[in-house]
Design a protein around this ligand. Structure first.
Ligand code: HDD
Length: 752
């Protein structure tokens, strides 16, 4: 307890006990931790610092975020009240008939509090339950009015506020971030002509071609209904049973077994609108487009062993990463590009642009960059914003229109419908995070939780009693559906080219680098090893045989099974043949070459030589990286030279998988302690195994031998991410270390 002016002990949570002084909270202390390199030991992973921010979102001017101040509630300096505004004298005790007697029904304060608590949870999203979000803006590079009248593209430099939510698909709300899964990439544009939601994924194709199959897909991948196992994983019988009986899913299967499904960060993955959409200009002319988001930080992924270990060490890995980088001012950024094509062009592609299991190779339709998106503000409240945000594929604005993709058509229905259950009624658009910045006037009325107080007696149109207001906008201003000419039979079925399930799966496979191919084979092996039903495993491999022999053989060999017969293939002619497309490889987007936000462990212990690491620490900070002094325990370590060092985090609390690279200090005493420390040995082995850059200073390179780490690559060549330097050469080694870290991972080491 702190001392009050009166010298009384003060506990701010016990107003009833200590009276008035307790109702005056302490002024919020600004935490400015000292550098870990000097002074008293205070730091921990959770203390605000220049590296992770101050716990208060930087406030960027935004027409969405700023008006939310209207509903932001800050209790600093305020008194506790009921929901009716009645001040509460005692928040510790229920009202009892005698101190040892029963609680009175009359205790409205207790009942209001408990009743509200009982209803705190709302249904989680049926898919994409686990997610993280941030505010930001989209800025157009150029005036795109030739192509679309959509507001965000009206002028070069025009900014449109956005709220973006990233997610996994299969896991429940509390599940791990690093599951092998598709990632959702949902962007709400608060345009000045209404809200536009671009609800995409980090993979440009989908498992199924028709919305009719979506509930089956989701039931198959979710935990099995009898025992609720497994959580956030596709590695089980029901998923692969469904997938193996749905050959249309083969192309997507390859993507989800690739490293795309285990991104290093939400900030380091692409996003795709998946479907073909239409853009329509003011003259009513239309083209088709596909949407692509490309991260400025490059595309980087985890390796599977690392993803599994992160799940234990920090299940919030991606959520924390997004939060911390925004707090630290390292704002994530993507470029938006369009593939623009006409109906006539599409007729010659050899695949159907209405089929969501197909992408359009960039060799066929190159990308046109149209703008960038920057995420610069964390939500203030996870529930109010991230949980209550409602994305809906049907939210389009004038200038954006749908295609007839049967998956998209079903989605147009599904998203509105699901919010009615999830958010408790039809007025979810009035929840602040969902409200457009464009004004809303119509004759919809009432419903649960109505916020607007509509004035007047007219709630219909046409009317004369309200002077005809609100009036139709007419075709020039209002949303106008592109008048596509259609004369067709009403049928259930699919178009012919939808039956080609393998051409693009082969294209994807052929476009991968060798390590990527190896990871795909291993992912299939892992998933199918967990499948208990032999026939399901066989069916999957029989599909893969139509993709590539080396793939099918690799997977079958890994499962200890003979090659089955290839699955039957419909003879369709002529099918497109593709050259490998470099854009389909993750390696194609290395990023901007910086090491910003990369986390670097610097191992320290008593007896280290501190001069070199002080220099490296400062250099890393200057480059925008996130160095951490990692020691055996919290507290201080005593180097052979200079001031004590403050350990920022212990090896136990943050193991190797939570860093992108390691620097191991020199110093005989420290090195000989580490030789016998199993945590440190595991740390080094994992760093090596996961391909991470390692800089061994002075005598610490002796640890490599002890850990069984080879000094050259498997092919005998030099490992340029495994660096050694004596302390005098540490500065020079930093340049090589930086290059290795910018390159992210040594793929050739590959023990994965
Ligand atoms: Fe979906 C959520 C993306 C097919 C039905 N979907 C949801 C979210 C994303 C996607 C990113 C989470 C939005 C958020 O963060 O709140 N979904 C996709 C993509 C698809 C796709 C890229 C294929 C191209 N989805 C799809 C189909 C249907 C749905 C075919 C149904 C016919 N999706 C839903 C849903 C969800 C949803 C049930 C659950 C929660 C929500 O909508 O708001 O309506």
């Amino acid at each position: 307890g702190q001392a009050t002016a009166a010298g009384m002990p003060q506990n701010p949570t016990k107003g009833g006990e200590y009276g008035e002084p307790a109702r005056t909270p302490q002024p919020g202390a600004t935490v400015e931790p000292p550098s870990p390199l000097v002074g008293a030991s205070t730091t921990s992973e959770n203390i605000a610092s220049a590296k992770v921010g101050k716990g208060v979102a930087p406030v960027a001017a935004s027409p969405v975020a700023d008006p939310l101040d209207r509903v932001r509630s800050d209790a600093t300096g305020q008194t506790l009240t009921t929901n009716q505004g009645v001040q509460i004298a005692d928040n510790q005790h229920s009202l009892k008939v005698g101190l040892r007697g029963p609680t009175a029904l009359e205790d409205f304060i207790l009942r209001e509090k408990i009743t509200h608590f009982d209803h705190e949870r709302i249904p989680e999203r049926v898919v994409h339950a686990r997610g993280s979000a941030a505010h930001g803006y989209f800025e157009a590079y150029q005036d795109l009015s030739k192509v679309t009248r959509a507001a965000p593209f009206a002028a070069a430099g025009k900014q449109t506020p956005v709220f973006v939510r990233f997610s996994t698909v299969a896991g429940e709300r509390g599940s791990t971030d690093t599951a092998r899964d598709v990632r959702g990439f949902a962007v709400k544009f608060y345009t000045d002509e209404g809200n536009w939601d671009l609800v995409g994924n980090n993979i440009p194709v989908f498992f199924i071609q028709d919305a009719m199959k979506f509930p089956d897909l989701v039931h198959a991948v979710k935990p099995e209904p009898n025992n609720g196992i497994p959580q956030a994983a596709s590695a089980h019988d029901t998923f692969w049973d469904f997938a193996s009986l749905s050959p249309e899913s083969v192309h997507m299967m390859l993507w989800t077994m690739s490293d795309r499904a285990i991104p290093r960060s939400y900030r380091m993955m692409q996003g795709f609108g998946v479907h073909s959409y239409r853009m329509v200009n003011a003259e009513g002319e239309s083209v088709f487009v596909k949407f692509h988001w490309t991260p400025v930080a490059g595309t980087h992924s985890l390796v599977w062993d690392e993803a599994v270990k992160i799940s234990g060490a920090d299940p919030d890995f991606h959520r924390r990463d997004l939060w911390e980088s925004i707090e630290a001012g390292a704002f994530p950024e993507w470029e938006l590009a369009l593939q623009i094509f006409t109906e006539e062009q599409a007729a010659g592609f050899g695949f159907d642009i209405l089929d969501s299991t197909k992408l359009i190779p960039e060799e066929l339709v190159p990308l046109t960059p149209v703008g960038k998106m920057v995420l610069n503000r964390n939500p203030d409240n996870f529930f109010a914003e991230t949980e209550q945000v409602a994305f809906c594929v049907a939210h389009v604005v004038p200038g954006i229109d749908f295609s007839n993709d049967p998956l998209l058509q079903g989605r147009i229905h599904s998203y509105l419908d699901t919010q009615i259950t999830r958010l408790g009624g039809v007025n979810f658009h009035e929840i602040p995070i969902n409200s457009p910045v464009a004004p809303v006037y119509n004759n919809q009325r009432d419903g649960h939780h109505r916020q607007a107080i509509h004035r007047g007696r007219v709630a219909y149109e046409p009317n004369s009693l309200a002077g005809g207001s609100p009036a139709q906008a007419g075709y020039r201003r209002g949303f106008t559906t592109f008048p596509e000419h259609i004369v067709e039979d009403k049928v259930r079925g699919k178009a012919e080219l939808f039956a080609d399930h393998y051409s693009q799966a082969r294209l994807f496979w052929q476009s991968q680098t060798t390590p990527e191919k190896q990871h795909i084979v291993k992912a299939f092996r892992f998933e199918l090893s967990r499948v208990q039903t032999l026939a399901v495993r066989e069916r999957v491999v029989s599909l893969l045989m139509n993709v590539a022999d080396e793939l099918a053989q690799g997977v079958a060999g890994g499962l200890g099974m003979p090659l089955p017969e290839a699955a039957p293939v419909l003879a369709l002619q002529p099918l497109p043949s593709y050259e490998p497309s470099p854009a389909l490889s993750l390696m194609n987007f290395p990023g901007d070459g910086s090491i910003k936000t990369r986390r670097v462990a610097i191992l320290v212990a008593n007896g280290v030589e501190s001069e070199a690491i002080r220099g490296l620490y400062t250099k890393l900070l200057t480059e925008g990286a996130v160095p951490r002094l990692v020691g055996p325990l919290l507290g201080q370590v005593t180097p052979v030279d200079g001031d004590p060092l403050n350990v920022e985090v212990s090896v136990e609390a943050m193991p190797a998988v939570l860093y992108d690279a390691v620097i191991v200090s020199s110093g005989d005493a420290a090195v000989s302690t580490w030789m016998n420390d199993p945590d440190v040995m595991d740390f080094l082995r994992d760093q090596y195994r996961h391909g991470k850059p390692m800089l061994m200073l002075g005598g610490s390179s002796a640890l490599l031998k002890q850990a069984g780490i080879p000094s050259a690559l498997p092919d005998g060549s030099v490992d340029d991410a495994l660096l050694m330097a004596d302390s005098a050469g540490a500065d020079a080694a930093f340049a090589s270390f930086k290059t290795a870290l910018a390159g992210f991972r040594q793929a050739k080491r590959d023990a994965n």
